[in-house]
Design a protein around this ligand. Structure first.
Ligand SMILES: Cc1cc2nc3c(=O)[nH]c(=O)nc-3n(C[C@H](O)[C@H](O)[C@H](O)COP(=O)(O)OP(=O)(O)OC[C@H]3O[C@@H](n4cnc5c(N)ncnc54)[C@H](O)[C@@H]3O)c2cc1C
Length: 349
């Protein structure tokens, strides 16, 4: 432990400052670093490549709650964004907006009406979103939010650094110094770093990283592809969600079409088939996008657990916490994951 004096955390816990090493500079690792540095722990974050270089930088930035835990995390954004923007002097482009979930069959309409949200009939659909496919039977209007993921991740890291956290890019964790059921530190090419707590937030690489400490984490990569379209003069004001895909209008005027779900191992390159599916989806939802031009295509690897739920828990090595498996919702769930990790550390005597 560092320091003999207890301090009171922002949640009112009497806590002892711990030295915490966070492995992984994606949204989960950076949100954890931000939260722990806010709670006055001594944080070191190790990123193998660069911050937001993987799924967290590839993500569309949709914050669309479906489950209660999604809504709980979404509710944490306004305060987190205000704090992080102040401490990082960055703008993460967070905004609350409306989205549409259209139905193209009577069956889809019946299912959507049960989900909640206001049902909008075809005439109103055409009025509020004239570019939407006129074949829609209607749509559900939902409230959601949006931000720009690479900015958010870098802002989280910068805010942590402003409170004394050490952030290292190009620095892989290569192993652990384990004694019994505790890890004494993390190995990097520069040597051994001592730690009271270690948080493994290495996305789909968490399994490989954790295995070097003898910890088994069942998480695998799932590829998701995206395409950025330049819609010309076509205007889409709201995000449109249908089946597993979506169209997201961005602040720079582009529209992001996403996101496929594929088992491709650790191959994160976009494919002709994946992008073709996204372009078909774009034309189905907004036929005028047939005239759009293609700006960019890319892909990322989501971390997925067998039941699709996040894993945020201590492991067989008691001071090693695993935080991964956030699948399609890692940006949305980052504040909640960070609070869960902080709770484990702050409650420990
Ligand atoms: C196409 C696509 C669109 C998406 N859209 C959304 C969206 O709109 N909204 C949403 O909420 N979610 C979205 N997601 C999901 C979200 O991106 C992920 O759930 C989230 O980014 C996972 O974050 P992470 O920090 O766990 O993993 P990652 O972003 O993969 O970060 C893990 C980091 O660990 C590093 N690492 C690995 N091994 C080591 C090591 N040995 N030492 C040090 N560092 C290491 C990696 O280099 C990487 O930077 C999307 C995902 C994809 C692929």
């Amino acid at each position: 432990m560092f320091g003999s004096q207890g301090v009171t955390s922002n949640d009112g816990y009497l806590l002892f400052m711990s030295r915490v090493v966070v492995i992984g500079g994606g949204v989960i690792g950076c949100a954890v670093a931000e939260r722990l540095s806010f709670d006055r722990h001594q944080v070191m974050l190790l990123e193998r490549d660069q911050l937001a270089g993987r799924a967290s930088g590839a993500a569309a930035g949709e914050l669309s709650p479906a489950r209660p835990s999604d809504a709980q995390s979404l509710a944490m954004f306004p305060e987190l964004v205000a704090r992080v923007e102040k401490d990082s002097a960055m703008n993460v482009e967070f905004r609350v907006q409306q989205g549409l979930k259209p139905a193209f069959t009577g069956e889809e309409a019946a299912a959507l009406k049960q989900e909640g949200g206001r049902w909008v009939d075809p005439a109103e659909c055409r009025k509020i979103e004239p570019a939407l496919n006129p074949d829609a039977f209607g749509a559900v209007l939902i409230e959601h939010a949006h931000l720009t993921p690479p900015r958010f991740v870098r802002a989280l890291a910068r805010a942590s650094a402003s409170r004394g956290a050490e952030i290292y890019e190009g620095t892989p964790a290569t192993g652990f110094d384990v004694a019994g059921h505790r890890a004494r530190g993390v190995r990097t090419p520069d040597g051994l770093t001592a730690a009271d707590w270690i948080v493994i937030a290495a996305g789909p690489w968490t399994r490989e990283v954790a295995s070097s400490a003898g910890i088994d984490v069942d998480v695998r990569p799932q590829r998701g592809q995206l395409a950025a379209l330049d819609p010309g003069s076509l205007i889409l004001r709201r995000s449109v969600f249908w089946s597993n895909g979506y169209l997201v209008p961005k602040g720079d005027g582009s529209i992001i079409a996403g996101g496929t779900e594929e088992d491709s191992g650790f191959d994160d390159r976009p494919t002709v088939e994946g992008i073709a599916r996204l372009l078909e989806l774009s034309r189905k939802l907004v036929p005028g996008l047939a005239a759009a031009t293609l700006q960019r295509v890319w892909a990322g690897l989501r971390p997925v657990s067998p039941d699709g739920k996040p894993i945020v828990a201590t492991s067989t090595i008691r001071n090693v916490i695993v935080a991964t498996g956030h699948h399609r919702k890692g940006i949305l769930l980052a504040p909640l994951a960070a609070a869960q990790v902080a709770d484990i550390i702050n409650r420990a005597k």
